[in-house]
Design a protein around this ligand. Sequence first.
Ligand code: GAR
Length: 198
Amino acid sequence: MSEPKRVAILISGGGSNMIRLVESMEGDHPARAVLVASNDASAAGLERAARLGVPTAAIDHRPFKGDRAAFEAELLKPILAAKPDILCLAGFMRVLTPAFVARFEGRMLNIHPSLLPLYPGLHTHQRALDAGDAEAGCTVHEVTAVLDTGPILGQARVAVEPEDTAETLAARVLGMEHRLYPAVLRRFAAGDRSPVWL
Ligand code: GAR
């Protein structure tokens, strides 16, 4: 068997998707987690990653005051040192520059809490409710220079219930995110880009 692919994961918050990804990469899985990095040193996910034995790094974006290229230059240091084959965005809430995206072209994934191409950007669950959608869900896609576009690698759907609020819908979709992202990563790391539908 060839060497497992090296996976770096970028987070901004609790990192529940990151945990599912890290936990999935064991045994005969074709990848291993080599780094969890955050733009926020207080992100709860960093401590969780460390407890799972994954090296962590925190680069606070705030001192860079909107200079995204300068922030990314710092963020790149631990990432390049970890020599990742694949970069997974998992609740990473900073928009990346086209130059950063280009470095990882074809090997950077993102999970987004909507059925793309519906609702790129923020407040996806409220927007699905406002539109009266019967279904909501999540998407894993390859990251390209345009936010929340890029080839779709998997989607999972849930029914919208009449009593749903943005919070209840988000929680139900998050449960599906936890199934979808590991399933897509396993396939992607094995060189298979055919989409996963849940
Ligand atoms: C997830 O719902 C993810 O889809 C979303 O943030 C949450 C992170 O949760 N990502 C985005 O909205 C990206 N634009 P987690 O930290 O518990 O994985």
